[in-house]
Design a protein around this ligand. Sequence first.
Ligand code: AMP
Ligand code: MG
Length: 486
Amino acid sequence: MAIAPPRSKTLEDLRFANSFAGLGDAFSERRTPAGIPCARLVAFSPEAAALIDLRAGEQMRPEFAALVSGNALLHGMEPVAALYGGHQFGVWAGQLGDGRAILLGEVDQTEPYELQIKGGGMTAFSRFADGRAVVRSTVREYLASEALHHLGIPTTRALAMAAGEEPVLRERVERAATLIRMAPSFVRFGSFEIFHYRNRHAELKTLADYVIDRFYPECGTSDDRYERFFATVVERTAALMAQWQAVGFAHGVMNTDNFSILGLTLDYGPYGFVEEYDPGFICNHTDESGRYAFDRQPTIGLWNCYALAEALSSLIPRAQLDAALAGYQDVYRTTFLSLMRAKLGILDVRDDDADLALELFGLLHARRVDWTNFWRALSRADADALAMLGEDATSRTWFERYAERRAGDPRGEEHRHAAMRAVNPKYVLRNWVAQEAIEACEAGNDSVVAAVYDVLRAPYDEHPEREAWAQPAPARYRDLSVSCSS
Ligand code: AMP
Ligand code: MG
C-alpha cells in the first residue's frame, strides 16, 4: 500500500497561477479584500488543506488567520471579483456577480484549486449590499460543504473560517465572518448567461474555451467540443440532483447563478436536510411558491440546464442542445435508482425497483418518518425500521415485498447490513445542530463547530457520544426558520 507523503508546503511555498484573472477585465474586476478587524480563526479543515498540500500546523500561524479573515494576501495572488448573471426564481435577473466573494488565486499544481474568500467586503458587483457574511451563514456553509463532501457528493470545499467583531446588520445586528472556500473553478451557469444576454459572443466563446481546456479536456479540441461539453454538464447536473435527493439535501436557492459549471454543489444559504419525510419540504422560508421545494429539485436542475442551453446557443446548434437535454432524465433516473438500491441493500437490477422505492416513500411521507434515521434503522434490522413506520398491515406488506426482493442475495445479513451502513449515514447536518454550533460560536466558543465537523467528516460512524445529533430537534430548536438573508 502506498503511504501518503506528508503535506509539505508552508503558506509561503504555495505558488499561485491566476488563470481566471488572466481572462481579463471583461470577466472580472481586480479587487483586494477588505479584511475584518480583530478576527480569530474559528475552524479549519485538514482534509481541504490536504488538497493544496498545506503542511500540518500552518493553520496555527497568525499569517493564516490574516489570510482567512481577508487581512493579508499571499505572494502571487491576484484577487478578482467575477462577473456573472443569473435566473433568480425563474426570472432573468441581469447582472449579479461576486458581490461578497473574491477569488484570491489558484494554487498552481497538477489539480489546481482556486481559493475564494466569502465575506471579504464590497466589490463592483455588491449592488445595494455590504459585501459581508455573518457568523451564522458562514458556519452553515463551512459545515454543510464539508458534510456533503464526506457524504460523497460533489461540492465546493471549505478550507477555514474566521470571525471578527465588526457588526453587520441583517434582521438583527450580527458579527462579520469570512470563509475561504475551494474549488477547481467557481464558474456558474450564470457566468455564461450574462454574455449571452449582452450579445457578447466573443467573450462567451472565450469562457467556454477556458472551461473546456481546463476542466473538460476529454471534450477535445475539435468543433464538436462545445456540444460534448454541454452534454457532460447536463449529465453531471442530473447526477448531482440524484445525489441530493438520495441523501435528502434541499439546496433552497437553485438560481442559475448558484449552479456550478463543474456540477458541484455551490452557494450554501438556506439549505436543509429533510428530517420528517415530506417531498414538498421547503427549506427556504422566503420561497413562498415552493419553486425550490425538495421534490422539485430534479425538475429545476433540468430547467437550469435549459437556461444554460439558451446561453450556449451561439456555440451549439439547437438539435445538439436538445439531444443533450434529452439525456438528463435518463442519467437522473439511473443514478437515483442505483443509489436507492444501495440504500436498500439490493445488488441486482430489476425493472420494478422504482415501484418498491415509491411505495416506501409514500409510507414514509404518510407517517412523517425521519428520512436519515429510517435508512439507518433499515441498515440494522428490518424490525427496527418497521417499528419506525408503524407495525400495521400496510407496512408489513411492504416489508414482505422487500424481503422477497432481496431473497437471492448471496451475502449474509450481517454483511448486507454493513454495506448498507456504509451508504446510509447516521449523521447529516440537521438545522438544529448547525444552530447549536452557531450559537456557541456567536458566544465565542468555537469548540461546538469543531465537534460537529468531527462527526460530519465520518457520517457513517456511530459516534455514540454524539447520539443526540442524530435525533430530531429538541423542543427549544423546533420551528427554526432559515431565509436567504445571510
Ligand atoms: P445568493 O442568492 O446568496 O447566491 O446571492 C445573489 C447575489 O447577491 C450574488 O451576486 C451575491 O454576490 C449577492 N450578495 C448576496 N449577499 C451579499 C452581500 N452581503 N453583499 C454583497 N452582495 C451580496
Ligand atoms: Mg450565490
